[in-house]
Design a protein around this ligand. Sequence first.
Ligand code: FHN
Length: 479
Amino acid sequence: MNSTVRSLHRGVIVGALVAGVAGAPPRLLAQAPAPTPTPTLAPTDDPARAQRLAWFKQAKYGMFIHFGLYAVPAGEWKGRAIPGLGEWIMNRAKIPVAEYELLAKQFNPVKFNADEWVQLAQDAGMKYMVITSKHHDGFALFDSKVSTWDIVDATPFKRDLLKELAAACQRKGMPLGFYYSQAQDWHEKGGAGNDWDFGPDQGPDGKELKDYDAYLRGKAEPQVKELLTSYGPVALIWFDTPRMMSKERGQRFVDIVRTLQPKTLIDGRLGVAGDYVSTGDNVIPGTAPADAWEVPATINHTWGFRKDDRDWKSPGDITFKLLDIVSKGGNYLLNVGPMSDGVIPPASQASLREVGRWLKVNGEAVYGAGPSPWGDEAGEPSARGTKDLRGQPLFLSRNEWRATTKPGRIYLTFFQEPRVPFALPPLKNAVKRVYRLADGAPVETKADGERTSLNIARPFLDPMATVVVVEIEGEAVTK
Ligand code: FHN
């Protein structure tokens, strides 16, 4: 039984909230890594957890950065394009450790400028950043004392990139989190995942064949400690692909995080309860999940830079996805993959900045906003029982408008002009005032029996998306 099937049998995977590559386009899905078990949540009545989550629930939109040696080959190995995710090239091309190590000598991101990265995130309207401190190739982007397989000891660059980024984030008041691949480490013989140099992790009976605990105790755990002691306040640790992560092993990481920085959040892919749910990659659930959750997503079809993938999401698409997610109570963690010189691809920067310009005017509908009081506007599961690529019931998304809320206000974000006066879904609260968020222009309303309809001026003020604010009597919506 492969790991996907095993996790399904354990019943860990719930609906669309699976950690893995679900949502990747078919051409990548075919070669994608096996999905990993999902996440369970910490008890919702834990007051410490609620406090830890407070900033995260306000933030809503963050920048994910996948940066590492894989930006050098950028999807090509020995003249051949290697299909799949850029950061998986070592695995996909089965590159032996000794050969992959040579990439470190070519890794010299001299154009990296921490302030520019943070500025980009701020211009984009993103409120936190998460960077790969160590991805599955085992290479650390920081000066680790427990391994020389890092940016300071193994590359001509010799600078601690994370230190510089952490300092820039602190200067600019940007929360910074670290992605850390706790289980997979293709560089170490005890780490999970490298079966081309070190053989399989487990036998057919599930028996572990590597000294995985030696790797965990000798590298992963000490490195997570380093991240939590030498890089200032760490907003969150983003664990991933929890292979062989038993309860006891997962708990060791939880203890490290809670002891060293009790305010640090743990994502949903440690393998034991974290602080919030991480959905599968690029998976936006159709209906609102309970509690705190986050969608990690690509801006093209890879996380680490690939020179042949220029299929950037448009600003309109990003804005729609952000509002779709926020209207269901979640956070959007959108990735950029810098090139090997340390520059974030200019085309992806342009998309992000355009969304940022929209958010400057309309951010009130996003930051700190709660979910839609309704939900039907998001769409519905296919009535024909069709299944999606992951075997889940196909959700037919609608994309005309989304609703977000704050006490006494409903924000209606329209992506398409309604063809007829827009009838507000059932609402018992009296409507006090309706206006466009961007310029405060009043929107004409008409009582229509129990419903209120809005006559929104056309053409739309902002063709990307126009927000209409409905001020209501009372703080919470009653339906
Ligand atoms: O295998 C990784 C992948 O490279 C990437 O880091 C994503 C980000 O969510 N996580 C894993 C696949 O789900």
